[in-house]
Ligand binder design. Structure first.
Ligand SMILES: *Cc1c(COP(=O)(O)O)cnc(C)c1O
Length: 718
């Protein structure tokens, strides 16, 4: 029999006055992360403290002076906001007339399990490295808004992802930190006697255990596995310490824990998902565990695999063969010999489930395992769908490329997480109420044309000032440490001008993103930056993977240019990119630039966030932008041609980049007499961008496609 499981929501501050006592409950539901009015309730208690605690409501409640809380609990104005917000929160949580219930009234209780290595939900929860995690976080938030019957599984990393510092010479230095779980919005699950809820998986020579925590994301439950418990050896406690280690044994153990442990966690919790969604190949071992359950209950492996294939969903995010997660066969033998026996398979049959011949010999490739045991597969943009079908064609040699069973669902972004509060208010006023209910409906967005130019421009200038203020605060904070060279403060952005044309470039720093492209003709760049009447500023931010030496060299190459006095303090690098910096940037820059080497960008999402905030995209026609660009809502860099060498591609794309800046972007932006007056060349493009891109690249459109094309067919075993 299933033992009953209890959630005990921790008490952040036992002295919190009862009248505002639900601030504790709210702090443990990430609904606050996409409701600016909720954040405002914490922030207005003490703005400086709020920034110092990285916008973490739990630490805020722990640290804010008791007198401040008392005062708030007696302040009629505060209480009015509090009562209204709590009423909104209750209405949201109890609403049964959701998008999902309206569209799929007969779906029954067939739930979806969503597994991912990373989840980017908020800057105070460092469980993400980049795009993959942000996408997973946005997927959960949108699933909550739409009322999907979805439960998620991931890890809580007590050392998160690394903190980035840039040395005076531009070298990326990394440091780690230890998270205190009492300061995170995670809820321990317990049995009646107070004991923890655990799952276990077998690794060579031992069983390891993971405690299950729960994070409430609106209506969605995200279950987080944690091995830092005394039941494990100190070595095994490290398994969920850090996101992405280079060590293969740690990596395979993590993937066993996510895939196999993920299935067992669902069983322990009494959840019986009808659909299992693997966000990238990291979770692909879940298919094996599902097969094992059925084989032990009497089915043959083939019968079990046929059932698993119909109910698994797999999303691939990697168009670069080398970027795929794979293990040497000897490692699989070491970890999986007991498993293939349980599945009734021979060693060779087992290895064949994921075998790939590579230049380093035979490998066990996780996306292959996922593809072979799932019939519902997708890439994350139309172009990435094409690239993926080509890339994996060898698995279906009897079919034509077009018949390779990998479709595409283009990524989107969760509008309410990324849109500035002010811009949201303008949309409320001019678009009508329905844009918040149906953010993917293009009809709602046609009314963008009715927003007066000066209204939109005022919001844009406000957002730019917010970005500038943030940068100045960060630079001052760094200077106050006494540990940085003055030139690093200049590199941090103190010479930026609020009204100059500002370009943003931020993301991870793998080589394919070509962070260096803008430096290709350095003299030409310097002329553009330093034009007295029409200056250009470029803000860079992003982390290179700690093991990615070429990526770190690109950061250094950029940083050296940034430090060069000839760039005039108009190029800037913001350290330690995270969701907070991302929000300031996508809301505050005029132009979002992206220079991937085509076709290596599976989708890209930052440009989508920028577009709905009124920035114009200036990007290679790769990933999402190949679909989003319409000739009037931004600019393309380069063409869709293929080149004989990387060098030739870089030359052509850099040339296009400078020419478009000189002939299009700069003149259009500066066609104004006064910074307060919007340019008549710029505003129609901005409106076209907001209008066309916001609905199309919302997670509302994305998740509804997942429901229609993947979840519902998988739940019905089609
Ligand atoms: C959106 C986002 C990303 C993803 O950027 P891409 O454009 O998809 O490369 C990475 N990191 C952070 C912090 C983000 O907000």
């Amino acid at each position: 029999m299933q033992k009953k499981i209890y959630e005990r929501v921790p008490v952040a501050n036992p002295e919190l006055p009862e009248r505002i006592g639900r601030l504790n409950e709210l702090a443990y539901n990430l609904w606050w992360a996409w409701n600016p009015e909720a954040l405002y309730l914490y922030r207005r208690l003490n703005k400086t403290l709020w920034d110092n605690v990285q916008h973490n409501p739990i630490i805020m409640l722990q640290q804010v002076p008791l007198a401040t809380l008392k005062k708030a609990s007696e302040d009629p104005e505060y209480l009015r906001s509090y009562d209204k917000l709590m009423a909104d929160f209750d209405a949201y949580m109890s609403d049964t007339n959701t998008w999902f219930n309206k569209n799929y009234p007969n779906h029954g209780n067939k739930s979806i399990a969503y597994l991912s290595f990373e989840f980017g939900l908020h800057e105070s929860i460092p469980a993400y490295a980049g795009g993959l995690g942000i996408l997973a976080g946005d997927h959960l938030k949108e699933s909550s808004d739409m009322g999907l019957p979805l439960n998620a599984i991931g890890f809580i990393y007590n050392q998160g992802y690394f903190v980035q510092k840039i040395s005076e010479d531009g070298w990326q230095e990394t440091s780690n930190f230890y998270l205190d779980f009492h300061k995170l919005p995670i809820i321990p699950l317990q049995y009646e006697d107070g004991s923890k809820v655990l799952v276990s998986v077998s690794l060579p020579g031992r069983d390891i255990y993971a405690q299950i925590w729960k994070m409430q994301v609106g209506r969605i439950s995200l279950y987080l596995l944690d091995t830092t418990i005394p039941e494990n050896s100190s070595y095994d406690q490290q398994l969920t310490a850090k996101l992405y280690t280079a060590d293969l044994e740690t990596r395979i153990s993590q993937e066993i824990l996510l895939g196999i442990g993920g299935v067992r966690a669902m069983r322990t919790l009494g959840i019986d998902p009808a659909v299992w969604h693997m966000n990238e190949g990291h979770a692909a071992f879940l298919s094996l565990e599902r097969c094992r359950e059925m084989v032990e209950a009497g089915k043959t492996f083939e019968e079990a695999a046929a059932i698993v294939r119909k109910s698994d969903v797999f999303t691939t995010h990697t168009p670069v063969p080398a970027g795929n997660d794979k293990f040497p066969v000897w490692l699989i033998e070491k970890y999986f010999a007991p498993m293939w026996q349980k599945l009734g398979l021979s060693r060779d049959q087992f290895i064949d489930l994921a075998k790939e011949g590579t230049e380093w010999g035979e490998q066990f490739t996780m996306p292959i395992l996922a593809l072979k045991l799932s019939e519902h597969n997708n890439g994350v943009s139309a172009l990435h769908g094409v690239v993926s079908r080509k890339m994996w064609h060898f698995l279906w040699p009897e079919r034509s490329v077009d018949e390779v069973p990998i479709t595409s669902i283009t990524n989107g972004v969760h509008s309410f997480s990324w849109l500035s509060r002010r811009m949201g208010l303008v949309f409320d006023e001019y678009l009508g109420e329905d844009w918040r209910v149906n953010p993917d409906d293009p009809k709602n967005w046609e009314k963008v044309d009715s927003i007066p130019d000066f209204v939109l421009w005022d919001v844009r200038r406000h957002q730019k000032r917010m970005l500038n203020n943030y940068i100045t605060r960060a630079a001052r904070k760094a200077w106050l440490t006494g540990n940085v060279h003055p030139v690093q403060i200049i590199a941090g952005g103190v010479m930026l001008e609020p009204d100059a044309l500002t370009i943003g470039f931020a993301r991870r720093f793998p080589t394919y993103k070509r962070g260096y492209l803008v430096l290709r003709d350095y003299e030409r760049l310097i002329r553009l930056l330093n034009d007295t009447d029409r200056p250009v500023q470029i803000i860079f931010s992003g982390k290179a993977h700690p093991a990615d030496e070429p990526g770190k060299l690109i950061v250094q190459q950029l940083y050296r240019a940034i430090k060069d006095h000839r760039t005039g303090g108009r190029m800037v690098f913001l350290e330690d990119y995270n969701m907070n910096i991302a929000r300031y940037l996508v809301q505050g820059v005029d132009v979002w630039m992206n220079t991937p080497r085509r076709p290596n960008e599976a989708s890209g999402t930052s440009g989508m966030k920028a577009a709905m905030n009124g920035a114009l995209n200036f990007s290679v026609l790769d990933g999402w932008w190949a679909e989003g660009y319409n000739g009037m809502n931004g600019w393309a860099i380069g063409t869709e041609a293929e080149y004989e060498s990387n060098d030739a591609q870089d030359d052509a794309d850099a040339l296009s980049l400078y020419e478009t800046l000189e002939n299009e972007i700069i003149p259009k932006y500066y066609n104004r007499n006064d910074p307060a007056a919007p340019s008549p060349d710029w505003m129609p493009m901005m409106k076209n961008a907001i209008k066309t891109l916001s609905p199309m690249f919302s997670t509302r459109r994305m998740v509804s496609e997942y429901v229609r094309k993947m979840y519902v067919p998988a739940a019905n075993n089609d």
